[in-house]
Write a protein that binds this ligand. Structure first.
Ligand code: HEM
Length: 358
């Protein structure tokens, strides 16, 4: 008679090869989609949110594949995401990560409990705000002002770009189902007011050479006012605020969970041996692939690696409670953890002299 363990093994032997076969063919399909059929898949579906948030589809994250998309994407890559631009603004990421460590060090005197999701989101919001406008978005750096800044930022820019039920059943859109579209319109009104003020403020300062993205685009506007209209600039700012702050904190939260790695706290560079590039063929696609792949992969990687690396080097991290951390994901544009990651921090003794000087 079969023992339960045998039944388990028999099933496992049947299921795992089948699973591997399916994953294998899935990888093959992805490769096929993003090589031979990439142009066919280079458009995004139109949705209620894209209709209202995209500045008439001039925002290149939503724009249909074509000349406008190509020009804006090329320009943004050049002005914002190129290695040269990223090198020039490295000081912003360094200063903000240093601020984060200093805050955590101060907090660790009162309580060791750290809401990492909140801290990572705040970090990326500051980085994006500085890249876009040249300032942090908040004058004081006390916890209350920071919290107010982030709440306000989230309220305006953390709307999901995802699809809602009306996109699947357009009839619901016609009847104004649950006022969903009205809410999107109101949100866009709030956003637009805020963004216009941000652009006008920078315009009035007559470019004080912060080298910010808005400043760069306003300079281009002087020579070609029709093409670089305010709506195009606002579209790019929304991409930075939305694409930038919705994704990197999520990646950082997952990355702090060492159980994904074998012997995570051991220096073992050979674990990456045999990888074919950063996506290892078509095995990992964190930034997508093909024409619509993330143009900010370099920026995302730099923010995530610097923040996670520094936090691990400066602090010792422990679980708040015994047992496994809840690793369930939640459905969304970026696959976030359902429960925010909260952990106990303690500065490594040898880092205390450095942290106390930040
Ligand atoms: C770890 C961080 C990030 C991850 C994992 C990530 C991931 C992705 C993915 C999967 C896509 C979709 C690719 C597709 O549709 O095939 C995407 C697109 C995009 N991402 Fe990112 N992203 C990150 C950071 C950023 C940042 C920091 C920005 C901006 C500052 C950004 C801006 C964009 C834009 C504009 C697109 C749309 C590109 C287009 O349609 O042409 N992302 N990203």
């Amino acid at each position: 008679m079969c023992q339960p363990i045998d039944i388990y093994n028999q099933r496992r032997n049947r299921v795992i090869p089948e699973f591997q076969r399916q994953i294998g063919s899935f990888r093959y399909s992805i490769e096929e989609c993003f090589t031979n059929h990439d142009t066919t898949l280079a458009n995004r579906p139109k949705t209620i949110t894209s209709d209202h948030f995209s500045y008439g589809y001039k925002n290149f994250g939503f724009a249909p594949y074509g000349d406008l998309w190509r020009t804006l994407r090329r320009l943004s890559t050049l002005e914002v995401f190129s290695s040269v631009s990223l090198q020039k603004n490295a000081y912003i990421r360094n200063e903000e990560v240093s601020n984060l460590c200093s805050n955590l060090f101060r907090l660790s005197r009162d309580s060791r409990r750290v809401d990492l999701k909140y801290q990572f989101t705040l970090l990326t919001a500051h980085v994006m705000f500085r890249l876009v406008s040249g300032n942090r978005g908040v004058e004081e750096s006390d916890p209350e002002s920071e919290k107010r800044f982030l709440d306000d930022f989230k309220l305006r820019f953390f709307s999901s770009m995802s699809m809602n039920v009306c996109d699947y059943f357009p009839v619901l859109r016609w009847i104004g189902y649950k006022g969903l579209e009205k809410r999107v319109i109101e949100m866009q009104r709030m956003r637009d007011e805020y963004l216009q003020r941000l652009i006008d403020d920078i315009r009035m300062k007559k470019f004080d050479s912060t080298g910010s993205i808005v400043e760069k685009f306003l300079k281009l506007q002087e020579s070609e006012p029709e093409f670089y209209a305010d709506d195009v600039i606002k579209g790019i700012v929304v991409l930075m605020f939305n694409g930038g702050t919705d994704t990197s904190p999520v990646a950082m939260e997952w990355a702090m969970d060492g159980e994904l790695w074998e012997e995570a706290d051991v220096f073992k560079p050979e674990r990456f041996e045999g990888f074919a590039g950063d996506r290892d063929g078509f095995r990992f696609l964190p930034f997508g692939v093909g024409r619509r792949a993330c143009p900010a992969a370099g920026l995302g990687m730099r923010v995530v690696a610097l923040a996670v690396g520094t936090l691990v080097q400066c602090f010792e991290w422990e679980k708040v409670e015994e047992g496994d951390i809840d690793m369930r994901p939640v459905f969304g544009v970026a696959m976030a953890k359902a429960e925010p990651l909260v952990a106990l921090s303690k500065p490594w003794p040898e880092m205390v002299p450095i942290l106390s000087q930040l």
